[in-house]
Design a protein around this ligand. Structure first.
Ligand SMILES: Cc1cc2nc3c(=O)[nH]c(=O)nc-3n(C[C@H](O)[C@H](O)[C@H](O)COP(=O)(O)OP(=O)(O)OC[C@H]3O[C@@H](n4cnc5c(N)ncnc54)[C@H](O)[C@@H]3O)c2cc1C
Ligand SMILES: *[C@@H]1O[C@H](CO)[C@@H](O)[C@H](O)[C@H]1NC(C)=O
Ligand SMILES: *[C@@H]1O[C@H](CO)[C@@H](O)[C@H](O)[C@H]1NC(C)=O
Ligand SMILES: *[C@@H]1O[C@H](CO)[C@@H](O)[C@H](O)[C@H]1NC(C)=O
Ligand SMILES: *[C@@H]1O[C@H](CO)[C@@H](O)[C@H](O)[C@H]1NC(C)=O
Length: 601
């Protein structure tokens, strides 16, 4: 009862203090810029464009406010993992598109639900808040791919810095052995509005993961925001340092635009169904709100920020994409761009789980008194609920003796500083991630996992459409483990995880998953096929590139090839998916393209 009341009061505290209403619903309207998708990139670019005087901007967002529609699970970091982000198709959320991907041919035909935010904030209202940047070589390679040196690390670093503000860790509530290191020079004191900091809680389990990783040669590193990913550290996260609540693109970029009375109009619960053109010039967007269609015209540009699945979908249903796909759905071809929906990158993940002789957050799920205590602590911004669950992360290029020559050759496609494996300490069970119910096993034992993600994957998926109707879900082919080198790296990573557990110097019970009986490479591969799950980092499906690249969809200023006044700005235009967690790069991309637009490029 008391717990429930606290839930409600936390929810009402979180309701934003502004209310944007849909103006003139049903009537055609005109703005300078129309941004489709009020998600991570969409709200960032809209807010930056809105800083320019005399410019009008509309944002079209299919969802509403996650704070009210998704409730406290979507706000409190410690509940991010229980906020219906599992891969079980029944783990649905009212603030999610609840997509289900096609059966995975190399993973026993499993059909995974794939979380995507349907709300202001988009997937930044769903994610696990880890903030970290790719390696220098990653963006230098983007410059090569696009033929535009302004994508080099040195040139994009100012945009990373511009988007966010770093607040040093507050150690008052954290255990002494969870102190964090960082590089202040990776941030700019003038940066804003996204909040980057550390939670007021560091999990004791993570301190053992540091030891375990060190034992296999993944040494402690200063930070993950200066262009190097080699070693382990406590990851920074995007939460508000005072309130210890999730900081999404809505609570950061949109709220600051609203505070500054920007000329930005949000059409929430409004679905973009088709882009509109005059010849090959984009003129606006056909939208639908409460079943009522109307047109939002763009005097200057249409910017599509509907995410890695729906940006390519919206292009395709509007006549831009692979000719064969469009023709098979009787969509008139405006521009044949074979790369639309191709080049889907993602980071698949798996974990090795043990019972541990240490309190982990497993306890919160089946012990009501400890949950009540955690709520009390959270009401004063302390305790485990301030943390989304990952504490320490680590990165490595696998030692040379762990891979075959052919795998090493395949991996040469990546810049030399790009790690192959990310390690994640997880305060609970992570061996497949079906839903929060995964945690409800045993008889009160504490579980913990060391997980790994393939961050140099060679398998590529794709996106297609099931009909010409934007309301029908896109077809999502994740194609995990399709490339034999991905299988080999994943098997090697499971062995590394087991070695890290051995070196963790923690008293552990039996291996819960995969389990001691899983030993040969074949057995490990079968475990991977049964358990592999996404980290939900889909990207690359409208890739930036040179005009001469037949698979490029947008140029280095995010303009769609062959179409005037149309850009795509979100995870889909990243030509490669940086190692690790992409939100930092997505905000950087939005900042950079906003600056290019305002500079007349
Ligand atoms: C469970 C989970 C955990 C994650 N953890 C992390 C993490 O810890 N750290 C990290 O960096 N990244 C993480 N990610 C990934 C990260 O959240 C995404 O990569 C990022 O938010 C994508 O940004 P985007 O702008 O491309 O798309 P989104 O933020 O998804 O925005 C797309 C927006 O477009 C809207 N939209 C789509 N189609 C239409 C339409 N036709 N009409 C109107 N609106 C439409 C959607 O509703 C949505 O709001 C995680 C993601 C998930 C789901
Ligand atoms: C750190 O947290 C403590 C306890 O909540 C608080 O009193 C203090 O003001 C915080 N320090 C800073 C610098 O925010
Ligand atoms: C770190 O401190 C916590 C809290 O005191 C403790 O539970 C944990 O065992 C410590 N970690 C290590 C590696 O000693
Ligand atoms: C990572 O760091 C280790 C230890 O400092 C070093 O030996 C190794 O060469 C580094 N790897 C890369 C790819 O920089
Ligand atoms: C997507 O990938 C799958 C599996 O490799 C393949 O069968 C399918 O034809 C591809 N679809 C598109 C649209 O490229």
């Amino acid at each position: 009862m008391g717990r429930f009341t606290l839930f409600l009061s936390l929810a009402s505290l979180a309701v934003p203090s502004f209310a944007l209403t849909n103006r003139q619903l049903g009537n055609d309207v005109t703005y300078d810029y129309v941004v489709v998708g009020g998600g991570t990139a969409g709200l960032a670019i809209a807010a930056r464009l809105a800083e320019s005087p005399d410019v009008t901007i509309a944002v079209v967002e299919a969802g509403g406010h996650y704070e009210t529609e998704g409730g406290p699970l979507s706000i409190i970091p410690g509940f991010a993992g229980t906020a219906n982000t599992g891969t079980d198709p029944s783990d649905v959320s009212p603030i999610d598109w609840n997509f289900v991907a096609e059966p995975l041919a190399e993973a026993n035909n499993r059909e995974l639900r794939y979380a995507r935010g349907k709300t202001l904030g988009g997937s930044s209202a769903r994610h696990y808040m880890v903030y970290q940047r790719g390696t220098k070589g990653t963006y230098d390679q983007w410059a090569d791919i696009t033929g535009d040196s302004s994508w080099e690390w040195d040139s994009v670093l100012p945009y990373f810095k511009k988007s966010c503000e770093l607040t040093p860790v507050n150690m008052t509530g954290r255990f002494d052995n969870t102190s964090v290191t960082y590089n202040p020079a990776a941030f700019d004191p003038a940066g804003a509005p996204l909040q980057v900091t550390w939670p007021n809680f560091g999990s004791p389990f993570s301190t053992y993961v540091e030891t375990g990783l060190e034992s296999i040669g993944v040494l402690s590193s200063t930070d993950f925001n200066s262009g190097n990913l080699n070693g382990s550290a406590w990851a920074s996260i995007t939460i508000n340092p005072q309130s210890q609540k999730r900081d999404s693109s809505e609570t950061s970029f949109l709220n600051s635009a609203v505070r500054n009375s920007s000329p930005l109009q949000v059409y929430e619960h409004t679905m973009a169904t088709r882009l509109l053109f005059d010849g090959t010039t984009a003129t606006g967007v056909l939208v639908e709100s409460a079943g009522v269609p109307f047109t939002i015209n763009a005097r200057k540009e249409v910017i599509v920020s509907a995410g890695a699945f729906q940006s390519p979908q919206l292009l395709m249903v509007s006549g831009i994409g692979p000719r064969d796909i469009l023709e098979s759905h009787n969509i008139p071809v405006l521009q044949d761009l074979p790369g639309v929906g191709q080049n889907l990158w993602d980071h698949p993940m798996f974990g090795v789980v043990h019972v541990v002789n240490l309190v982990t957050t497993t306890r919160l799920l089946f012990d009501p008194p400890s949950l009540a205590e955690a709520f009390m602590e959270y009401s004063v911004q302390q305790g485990p609920l301030t943390s989304p669950g990952f504490g320490v992360l680590g990165w490595e290029r696998l030692p040379s003796d762990k891979l075959t020559d052919s795998a090493k050759e395949d991996l040469e496609a990546f810049p030399a500083d790009w790690p192959e494996v990310e390690y994640l300490s997880v305060d609970g069970i992570l061996d497949g991630w079906h839903s929060a119910a995964d945690q409800l096993v045993g008889h009160g034992e504490q579980y913990a996992s060391i997980a790994a993600a393939l961050v140099a994957p060679l398998s590529r998926g794709n996106i297609s459409i099931s009909s010409a109707n934007a309301h029908d879900a896109p077809i999502i082919n994740l194609n995990y483990l399709e490339h034999p080198t991905d299988q080999e790296v994943a098997i090697a990573a499971v062995k590394r995880l087991r070695a890290a557990w051995k070196g963790a110097a923690i008293s552990i019970g039996p291996e819960y998953s995969p389990g001691e009986e899983v030993q040969t490479d074949e057995e490990i591969l079968e475990f991977l096929r049964e358990s592999i799950s996404p980290v939900f980092h889909a990207a690359g499906t409208c890739a930036m590139g040179k005009a001469s690249d037949p698979n490029a969809v947008v140029d280095s200023n995010a303009k769609v090839f062959g179409i005037n006044r149309l850009r795509v700005v979100d995870a889909s235009i990243m030509p490669t998916l940086p190692a690790g967690h992409p939100q930092s790069s997505i905000y950087m991309v939005a900042e950079k393209i906003a600056a290019e637009i305002l500079n007349g490029n």
